[in-house]
Design a protein around this ligand. Structure first.
Ligand code: PHE
Length: 399
């Protein structure tokens, strides 16, 4: 650890001849400039945290919602005096909904801005890309909402505050087979996507354990807009319900085309990727009665969630999505860890995040486990009367 840190430092110093000014050692910091800590991050003044999200492109809503949650958490923290007497500044970067941009932006935040920690991304594909860089640079990263199992696996500096798709797939399978009593199940998912195909797989395995059967399975390609043939083929196998673990952006046309074929909304079951105002705007009537597993719902009966919803509504004049709630939790958990950390530098912050137990968030009580995943509850939400309505809490343990 010590060796790795000093390598990184000498690399930084070696790279820039202006390193003296940048503060490679305390004594070389010019008077007036903040002295640098071991990571190259300043030891005084504002604490810089990097955030990388899809602020444009296909999943813009994911990024914007997350940003609003983080801004709210940061403003609350700073008006309460900050961390160890220092204010926190979050620098936002746009991934344009592309993994390659996630890589670039994380690199930039670490190398150029010297952030002490990172928040991001929403989509698992982009957290995998950004997490690779963060982990190699030994800068802690917390993803609010990337659920694919691989995101944190083997990466000591990468954490999440959401459940994993192992837990989500198991909960969705249990709900559909045991509660809805549907055993003949169809599957429609985005074939090349890490999140969608991963969740389809864990769900299928769990369905079989509960005595259910996947009677038909269709993987579609990114960019497909016409799902009519897939829908015909799915219905031909006479499933009792179809699990569609994709993002809202694809679910809207799927639901609209299903409606043309008189397939009722209750024929569909989704995962957390459905959580967006845009799903309701585009296909609320078409999906009336459908259920999906999620992190949270605005009417969830948890005390901290109610406080969060009120603060969010006061600030942004609308209802928070689960992404906003999760990003709020990721930021707050990070700030809490910074307060407990021995120093405001990446490795000490990483250790404090790893020690988090029983943190009360807007999305439930969160403990970080030994694999850097969050041990927390999961909810089932129903689309009812044009809204997302809390249905049940599931505390399925990870296998
Ligand atoms: N869980 C999704 C992923 O890992 C992201 C997501 C979370 C989308 C919550 C919507 C709501 O890619």
């Amino acid at each position: 650890m010590v060796a790795a840190m000093s390598t990184r430092r000498s690399l930084l110093c070696g790279l820039a001849l202006a390193a003296l000014a940048a503060g490679c050692s305390k004594s070389s910091a010019p008077s007036g400039a903040p002295a640098a800590g071991a990571s190259g991050a300043p030891a005084t003044g504002e604490i810089l945290v990097g955030a990388y999200f899809s602020l444009s492109g296909e999943e813009t809503q994911f990024g914007k919602d997350s940003q609003e949650g983080i801004v709210l958490a940061t403003d609350q923290l700073n008006s309460d005096g900050g961390v160890k007497g220092r204010k926190v500044k979050v620098l936002f970067e746009d991934t344009k909904s592309m993994p390659q941009e996630a890589t670039n932006k994380v690199r930039q935040l670490i190398d150029r801005n010297k952030v002490v920690a990172l928040l991001g991304e929403v989509a698992s594909s982009r957290s995998l890309a950004g997490g690779l860089i963060a982990n190699a640079a030994k800068v802690p990263m917390i993803t609010p909402s990337s659920t694919n199992v691989e995101v944190t696996r083997g990466r000591d500096f990468v954490f999440r505050v959401c459940f994993t798709d192992d837990a989500q797939g198991a909960a969705a399978a249990e709900f559909v087979t045991e509660k809805l009593k549907k055993k003949k199940i169809g599957l429609l998912y985005l074939a090349q996507d890490t999140y969608s195909s991963g969740l389809a797989k864990t769900f299928s395995e769990a369905v079989k354990k509960h005595g259910g059967e996947i009677v038909v399975e269709k993987g579609y390609q990114k960019g497909e807009k016409n799902f009519r043939t897939h829908l015909d083929q799915l219905m031909a196998a006479k499933p009792e319900i179809v699990f569609v673990p994709n993002y809202y952006s694809d679910m809207v046309p799927i639901a609209q085309q299903a409606k043309e074929k008189n397939i009722p909304g209750s024929m569909f079951l989704g995962g957390d990727g459905w959580d967006s105002e845009d799903l309701l705007k585009g296909a609320a009537t078409e999906l009336e009665g459908a259920y999906f597993t999620n992190h949270y719902a605005p009417d969830v009966p948890w005390e901290n969630s109610k406080k969060f919803v009120a603060a969010y509504q006061a600030r942004w004049k609308r209802e928070p999505s689960s992404l906003a709630a999760q990003a709020y939790d990721a930021a707050k958990l990070l700030f809490d860890a910074m307060g407990r950390a021995k120093a405001i530098e990446p490795v000490a912050i990483r250790d404090a995040v790893a020690e988090t137990r029983g943190f009360s968030g807007a999305t439930g009580t969160i403990s970080i486990d030994k694999d850097r995943n969050a041990d927390k509850p999961l909810v089932v939400v129903q689309i009812k009367g044009g809204k997302f309505v809390y249905h049940a809490t599931v505390n399925e343990k990870r296998p």
